[in-house]
Design a protein around this ligand. Sequence first.
Ligand code: NAP
Length: 242
Amino acid sequence: MKKTALITGASKGIGKAIALNLSKEFNVVINYNKSYDDALLLADSINKNGGCAKIFKADITNLTEVKNMIEFTISHFKKLDVLVNNAGIAEQKLFTDITETDWNTIINTNMNGTYNVTRQALKYMIHEKNGKIINISSVWGLVGASCEVHYSTAKAGIIGFTKSLAKEVAPSNITVNAVAPGVINTDMCNFDEETIEMLKSEIPLGRIGSPDDVANVVGFLASDLSNYITGQVINVSGGFVV
Ligand code: NAP
C-alpha cells in the first residue's frame, strides 16, 4: 500500500516544495490555515500529474482542528507514515519591543503547533510501530538571531523536542529528525534587494536557498534511505551557519 505523508503549512513556500517532492512517492495531505486557494491549486497540480493529494484546513494551534486532521488522514488514506511539521511564522523585532502577545503567538504557532500535531500523529504511529517525523527548525534555533529572540527560542525548542522525542520513540521504530534551513526564498524572507545582496555575500555558496533545497533533504529523511538516522538536525544553509 502506498505510504502517506502529512505536511503542515504546505500551501506555499517550503511546505509546498516538500509536498511536491513527497507526492512522487507518497499520498500527501496538504495542511493549510489561511491560504485555501494556494492549497487547492497545489493539490490539483499533484493530482493531474499522477499523484494523490488531499487538502485539509487546520490551525495547528487548535487541538480540535489538529485531531480532525489526523483522523481525516487515517480515515482517507488508512495510513500515516510521515509527518512533516513545517508550518511556522516569524517576526523581526527588538526584544524590548516584543509584547507578551507577540511572544505567545510565535511560541504557540512554532512550538506548541509542532507539539499538537506530533502528539496526535504519534498515537497512531506508536500503535503501528512505524513512522518518520521531520521538524522544520531554523539555523536561528542553532545559533540565535538578533531581533528574533522569540522565533529563535521556538526553533531551538524544536531541536530539543526532536532530540528527546527521537530517543523516546525509537523503540517503536519511529525516527524524529529536524532540518534547519538558512535563508530560503519564500514569503517569510521578503527582503529588499540590498538586504538580499548583503545576505548572499555572507553565504559561502553565494546564493539564497530555494524551497527545493530544503525539500530534497526532507525527501531523503522521509525515505527508507534514512532508516538508521534519528535525533539529527540537518543544516541546509549553503554554509551560512557551520
Ligand atoms: P511561508 O512561505 O510564510 O509559509 C508558512 C506556511 O505556514 C504557510 O503555508 C502557512 O499556511 C503555514 N502556517 C502558518 N501558521 C499556521 C497555522 N497556525 N496553522 C497551519 N499552518 C500555518 O514560510 P516558509 O519560509 O515556507 O516557512 C516554512 C517553515 O520553514 C517555517 O517553519 C519557517 O519557520 C521555516 N524556516 C524558513 C526559513 C526561510 O528562510 N524561509 C528559514 C528557516 C526556517 P497558510 O498560509 O495557509 O495560513
